[in-house]
Design a protein around this ligand. Sequence first.
Ligand SMILES: *Cc1c(COP(=O)(O)O)cnc(C)c1O
Length: 374
Amino acid sequence: MNETAKPATRPLPRAEVMQIAAYVSGESKIAGVNRIIKLSSNEGAFGPPPGAQAAFAKVASEMHRYPDGASTELRRALGARFGLDPERIVCGTGSDELIQHICHIYAGPGTDILMTMHGFSMYQISGTYSGARVIKVPEKNYCTDVDALIAAVTPETRVVFIANPNNPTGSLLPQSEVERLRAGLPDDVLLVLDAAYSEYVDDPDYDAGAKLVDAGGENTIMLRTFSKVFGMGGMRVGWAYAPAEVIDAMNRVRGVFNVNIAAQAAAIAALAEPGWVEQSVAHNVKWRTWLMGQLNAVGITTLPSVGNFFLADFESDARAKQANEYLKSRGIIVRGVAGYHLPTMLRITVGTEEECRLVAAALAEFQARVPSDV
Ligand SMILES: *Cc1c(COP(=O)(O)O)cnc(C)c1O
């Protein structure tokens, strides 16, 4: 009797589920080290906004109540802050929840989802879970290649994901290229513009995605999150701005109480925190530039980035691993990105001034003390 003919003796997951490599999140602990410098998940340098912390504490006595399943006040606050119609916003348990729904609603078995070679891994996980085939399209210079994406479209293509800025590369696709991509995709292909790092971009031509959503094709979604510049990754709040039909579909399948009361209250307060984004962005530009300069000065190549993180290239897999271990021995956790087809690189989040100085010192020491064996 061959293997497949045997009756199952236990419940079996669908085959595509077992093809998924589980998401590897940024590490947060090192055995035997008390003080950890965690620069592995792009969490924002300043922690959570004080107003968000206060709002979180304040709703503690109300936790027996179900949240407003429609996140009405939060959507209103988002609409006011970003000049958008709250009716065309849907909130999620992080934008990760929304990515998953997009894949299941619009793709699924027998269809294709396109993403870029070094694109965010949740697209692959959620796309595969939906039953779709996820195709990674080559990039040009670590940036989305619009021509390659358009060329990869087939009649089976349903969804195209790009993160702009992209994580982990830090690259920015110019607005004219984003528009060229939209124009080059069939009208029935959904373009998802994941703008998790949009607040950090200071290019005057940049648009996080609302412009194309509003252009009327009814085929573009903008995704945003409170996990990065707003420092609320642990609260799990993301949101989408999308055409009415897309919002309607998402509201049918999303978790009914997906954003809990503490998350809603904290997110509303975070939006109201005076100067939060401005200060975060100013800090980020200053210290990202400084830290990249320090690494370059000791012979480590860095890739240009518009985000609150950047890639450092150690030229070989072995040397990247060595550098990672060396940083860990100093209590510093950065992100290995071999899973993103970037085995010679490490992704470093721009932390506080002190954290940046510690990274610079540790990597200078590493370059001086650890001989390159390549
Ligand atoms: C961090 C990140 C997200 C946000 O995920 P949440 O679920 O909202 O925490 C989405 N897309 C990209 C590219 C990211 O880097």
